[in-house]
Design a protein. Structure first.
Length: 84
């Protein structure tokens, strides 16, 4: 029972930290924010770059899962994922 409480506390802390950092639990917002900060582009340009990246992959309306995968790629590969 103590382990369950500890796991729930850690999940809650991670959720709060994510909201504090990004202002949202939506991975598409995370991707936009991190793309803008990694490439030193204005936020609107970074959002257009992310949208174009998805369109080139044939994804017209990205799901949170698509955004999460792209966000992980950005984190794993650095700014190069945002420039592809």
């Amino acid at each position: 029972m103590k382990i369950l409480v500890l796991v729930l506390a850690l999940l809650g802390a991670a959720g709060i930290a994510t909201v504090v950092r990004y202002g949202s639990l939506d991975p598409c917002v995370w991707l936009d924010n991190d793309t803008a900060s990694a490439s030193d582009l204005p936020r609107l340009v970074a959002q257009a770059q992310v949208r174009a990246m998805f369109l080139l992959d044939g994804i017209a309306d990205p799901t949170p899962g698509d955004c999460l995968t792209a966000w992980w790629d950005l984190k794993a590969n650095g700014a190069t994922a945002a420039k592809e």
